[in-house]
Design a protein around this ligand. Sequence first.
Ligand SMILES: Cc1cc2nc3c(=O)[nH]c(=O)nc-3n(C[C@H](O)[C@H](O)[C@H](O)COP(=O)(O)OP(=O)(O)OC[C@H]3O[C@@H](n4cnc5c(N)ncnc54)[C@H](O)[C@@H]3O)c2cc1C
Length: 436
Amino acid sequence: MPPHRIVIVGGGAGGLELATRLGDGLGRRRLAEVTLIDKARAHLWKPLLHEVAAGSMDLGHHELDYLAQAHWHHFRYRVGRLIGLDRARREVRVAAVLDEAGIEVTPERSFGYDTLVIAVGSVSNDFGTPGVADFATALDTPEEAKRFHRRLVDACIRAHAQAGPIRPEQLRIAIVGAGATGVELAAELHRTTRELVAYGLDRIDPERDVHIHVIEAAERILPALPERLSRGVEELLRSLAVEVHSGARVAEVNAHGLRLADGRKISAELVVWAAGVKAPEVLAHLDGLECNRINQLVVRPTLETTRDPNVFALGDCAACPWLGREGNVPPRAQAAHQQASHLVRMFRYRLARKPLRPFRYRDFGSLVSLGKYSTIGNLMGALVGGSVRVEGTFARFMYLSLYKMHELALHGYAKVALDTLARLITRRTEPVVKLH
Ligand SMILES: Cc1cc2nc3c(=O)[nH]c(=O)nc-3n(C[C@H](O)[C@H](O)[C@H](O)COP(=O)(O)OP(=O)(O)OC[C@H]3O[C@@H](n4cnc5c(N)ncnc54)[C@H](O)[C@@H]3O)c2cc1C
């Protein structure tokens, strides 16, 4: 009998861990043929994107080539963007890939599967706000984060080199959305703009010239976290002179900044949109699979989609019931990681034709990294017996351990230890902020 064909679409926080571990387990012993499809050629763990945008992280040290990972871990990688599904024929359709000059690299093609896992993540949700697509940058992909960073460096060099004084909107950055991404980016930018200027752009005085605004529609920043945490983070941001506007809905983004629903204007040279997520549009038309109003595929607690037991979904693109609580599992890296681990176990059951067990999300809490200034969060659950506020070095350690868990799932202990050591060494020989 030919081996069971498992196709995973989306090699992010959840999908790449799943492909790696299934490859190591089933692929290596030829019990299944595991294929990963992603529209990108390299993986970067998404929670690092705000550091790329601020310039405090070098992408090259953290990116992972899918082809190499596939070679090392006994799965196949195929490049391409998911554009359709034929459930009757059990085939996924992938768009043609063109190079920068428009020359075809791979044609539009289909891949057959016995089990399909969709893990395409989420993109930022502009809620139809005019001007976002033209004048704001989202942080959905490494390319967008890099583009923002380039604009930031350009803005600083321009302000330093120009003959006249700095204009009112110059060197002003508006971040829309004060969830973890927006807040972390604000703190990181506060530090990196100062570092950047210190490399010789001495006509800029960061205290006087650089202004960071954070705009949040809810009544407080970090609305998904306990109130005392958001108060603590807000105090810290204010102490850094970050201007926090809560209860402020953005009505329009334009070439000069943004306009709020109450008519106020905030001038800004750079606008980052980090206010809410939705799943990619393609899922809304996936051969009749059920999806919700933000395009997430609706899944059973077993992570099977409601209308097709051969199609699973995990991570941000899945609307998965949070057993024991109201609502769905939140779109977080720790949820994608846990769901991937659950599916690794469940695939053994599936191949043995045993009934699948439901996925139970374990919330370990949330941590917000304010760069070098602080890390604040709450730890939840059995680990600490309830909800406990944590701060400082211990919180920073817990925050970093989430990424380490992802790296461990992809590489194992030896490689992670060596990589960590190598990064510690190179950090001492390179600028602390990316200068181009
Ligand atoms: C700046 C930032 C900071 C964050 N910080 C945290 C944090 O501190 N803690 C936390 O828990 N979570 C955090 N998150 C959320 C976290 O990144 C996501 O919840 C997590 O990455 C979801 O994992 P996933 O596997 O579902 O999707 P992703 O990791 O987004 O991966 C999706 C993959 O699918 C691919 N893809 C997308 N569309 C297609 C298509 N049509 N065809 C083929 N491939 C496709 C993408 O290239 C990508 O590789 C943060 C997010 C951002 C943007």
